[in-house]
Write a new protein. Structure first.
Lengths: 103, 164
């Protein structure tokens, strides 16, 4: 250790000299922080708007029954009304059904 | 490690970091300031990451050293490893209190090891980590550096005595 005494003294003196150095102040860095609240807010607003716009409309219920009143010619050539009560789906007729019967 | 902890760590070592940057930049104050700015940016932008908190000083010193080498290269002041191994002749006229001038007479690696050990109170192992060299190589630089610096100091003392 005696061996290093001279060197230790040398570096101590060097440190002493460096005390007079003008150390620059620690810089303050402003890193660009990405604010996640902005895109999150936009996304939430769009989602809310979408929900309002696409509010489900009540589907009109189909009538359970329909009355079909037809005028028919009776046995004695008299006109008579025939009233039929049918389920809605029973009376549905394809728009092309006439093609099958007419030809 | 979060931003606050990193800030605190850098503030704690700021003075020592500046002095080390200056020593790595051949005692050029302006270059040292630039280097330190670059080092802090590298750290705060996450380009350099601290893995072990107990090696913070070694890590910081290592970044400073490599950033200084880049800066010295850009300015054309960097000497290659072979060049820096050439021991300069001790000039006839040398001021005993010009510590920076005296230390600059040593090859770069010897300067750095001695500064880390004697000035910054680091171990030779830590110096080896900063320089990214083997422990044996660091010891060699340390021993040669000590020998050479003693020669320089003795020579200046003799010159001073003769001058008186």
């Amino acid at each position: 250790m005696e061996d290093n005494a001279e060197l230790k003294r040398f570096f101590e003196n060097m440190k002493e000299q460096d005390r007079e150095l003008d150390i620059p102040p620690f810089p303050s860095y402003q890193t660009k922080k990405f604010n996640f609240w902005i895109p999150a807010g936009i996304a939430a607003s769009l989602a809310l708007l979408g929900l309002i716009m696409n509010e489900p409309q009540p589907i009109p219920e189909a009538p359970r029954e329909v009355l079909i009143i037809t005028l028919q010619e009776g046995e004695n050539n008299e006109q008579e009304f025939v009233i039929e009560e049918k389920a809605y789906l029973d009376v549905w007729e394809s728009p092309t059904a006439s093609l099958l019967t007419d030809y | 490690m979060n931003r606050k902890q990193l800030d605190l760590l850098l503030k704690t070592y700021h003075r020592e970091a500046y002095i080390w940057a200056r020593q790595c930049c051949a005692f050029d104050d302006e270059m040292a300031k630039d280097v330190l700015q670059q080092v802090y940016l590298k750290i705060l932008e996450g380009k350099a990451k601290l893995m072990e908190i107990d090696k913070a000083k070694t890590w910081l010193f290592s970044i400073i050293r490599y950033t200084s080498i880049d800066q010295l290269r850009k300015s054309g002041k960097f000497l290659s490893l072979e060049d820096s191994f050439e021991i300069e002749d001790i000039p006839d006229e040398i001021d005993q209190t010009d510590y920076q001038g005296l230390i600059k007479k040593l090859p770069k690696m010897q300067q750095e090891v001695l500064l880390m050990v004697f000035y910054h109170q680091m171990t030779i192992e830590q110096s080896a980590e900063v320089l990214q060299i083997g422990l044996g190589t660091a010891r060699t630089h340390y021993d040669r550096g000590k020998k050479k610096l003693k020669e320089i100091i003795t020579k200046t003392q003799i010159q001073e005595q003769h001058g008186r």
